[in-house]
Design a binder for this molecule. Structure first.
Ligand code: GN1
Ligand code: MG
Length: 369
């Protein structure tokens, strides 16, 4: 499915001219919308022998897009200095003036990267081998990132996983709505939120009291952001590096499981059919634990179940808030899509809660040393 809403205004001649600002080796050919991202506008750019990715960073979401680029450059440079064996990162293509990005007349920031060849994304995990690969890739990313000096990284998206702040904002937006009578579907979701207020503060508390600490995190390791080989067997690269910043690796693992274990997808038509797939969970955890070896200590591991329940709760609140605020943040192709997506994320939380004992058992088993 292509989300063209919001990109329709980008006329092709404008895109051609924008792509031509970058130092591609050959003349620009076809330009097409790429991927299923909800925030930035992304295009594939073909030249005779290579492919590139052209992106406009969403300025409403990222207040300081230069910071993204700075983090990206630091990440690349430090990893390369380190041992060269870290995760594969798409190479940045500089502008013809040698800059890492350019701006259009509206002030928006554009950048270009290499398109990793012979790679695909999966719309759903198809087998345990793929799930294990996802865990291995994310674990490898965290292990490599842990070797880098965190103080060299700035905050590209402030408050990105500040769950208590998302909760507060949702409750404020709901209170301020002049809906009478309130939509029963929304009231039901707000009651769910109310019953889970404690969850919003859980990881935040663990971090504030020093039980777990900040590390370099990816921020958005959902299935769409994982490139697989064309034979669908090997995970090749973690893409969408806009939210690399100091954060919790628990958020990353929770987010990855939220995305991969919900095999119906984020926008499936029937929220009641939402399930958290335990076999996918088990395989991701085992791949992740094998790749990270001793990176996580006992307290880190203790927080994992909470992170798994927390991330769909947080995203559900973000979708619901955006629905109530008129769909200004996430790209939607119909006005109730964010509401549906919130219902799906909360259904996922509920299913995770039903499976708590099993999930905790899987965590114990995966990290048994
Ligand atoms: C957004 O832009 P995209 O599709 O990579 C969002 C993530 C959500 C995700 C849900 C910066 O990611 O936090 O988990 O949608 N990114 C931002 O699909 O808000
Ligand atoms: Mg993203």
């Amino acid at each position: 499915m292509r989300h063209l809403a919001g990109t329709e205004s980008l006329a092709l001649p404008g895109l051609q001219a924008m792509a031509a600002r970058f130092d591609t080796q050959e003349p620009i050919g076809d330009i097409e919308p790429l991927g299923r991202g909800l925030i930035n506008d992304t295009f594939s750019v073909a030249t005779r022998t290579r492919g590139y990715v052209l992106q406009r960073i969403n300025a409403r979401v990222f207040p300081d897009p230069e910071r993204i680029m700075a983090n990206l450059l630091v990440f690349r440079t430090l990893l390369a200095e380190h041992d060269g064996a870290g995760p594969r990162i798409p190479r940045l293509v500089l502008t013809r003036d040698g800059a890492a990005f350019t701006r259009d007349a509206a002030g928006d920031l554009w950048r270009m990267m290499e398109l990793i060849p012979n790679a695909i994304t999966l719309t759903r995990i198809e087998n345990a081998g793929q799930a294990r690969e996802v865990g291995r890739l994310l674990g490898g990313f965290h292990r490599a990132a842990a070797t880098l000096p965190i103080e060299r990284f700035g905050v590209s998206l402030p408050g990105f996983h500040a769950t208590p702040a998302y909760l507060e904002r949702l409750q404020r937006v709901f209170r301020d709505l002049e809906r009478s009578p309130a939509d029963p579907a929304i009231v039901m979701l707000m009651e769910f939120v109310d019953r889970h207020r404690w969850l919003a503060a859980s990881l935040d508390d663990a971090q504030r009291t020093g039980r777990i600490r900040s590390r370099i995190a990816h921020g958005d390791p959902k299935l769409d952001n994982i490139l697989f080989s064309t034979n669908r067997a090997d995970a090749l690269a973690l893409i969408d590096l806009d939210t690399i910043q100091p954060g919790l690796i628990q958020h990353d693992l929770g987010d990855c499981l939220r995305s991969c274990c919900n095999r119906n997808g984020e926008g499936a038509p029937d929220p009641a059919a939402t399930r958290f797939d335990l076999s996918v969970c088990e395989a991701i955890l085992s791949g992740y634990a094998a790749a990270t070896e001793t990176l996580l200590d006992a307290e880190d591991i203790n927080c994992l179940y909470t992170a798994i329940a927390l991330m769909p709760f947080e995203l559900g609140m973000r979708f619901l808030t955006d629905h109530l605020e008129g769909n200004r943040y996430f790209r939607v192709d119909h006005p109730d899509l964010n509401l549906l997506k919130a219902q799906i994320q909360f259904a996922l939380v509920a299913d995770i809660e039903c499976k708590e004992t099993k999930i905790r058992g899987m965590i114990r088993e995966a990290f048994r040393r």
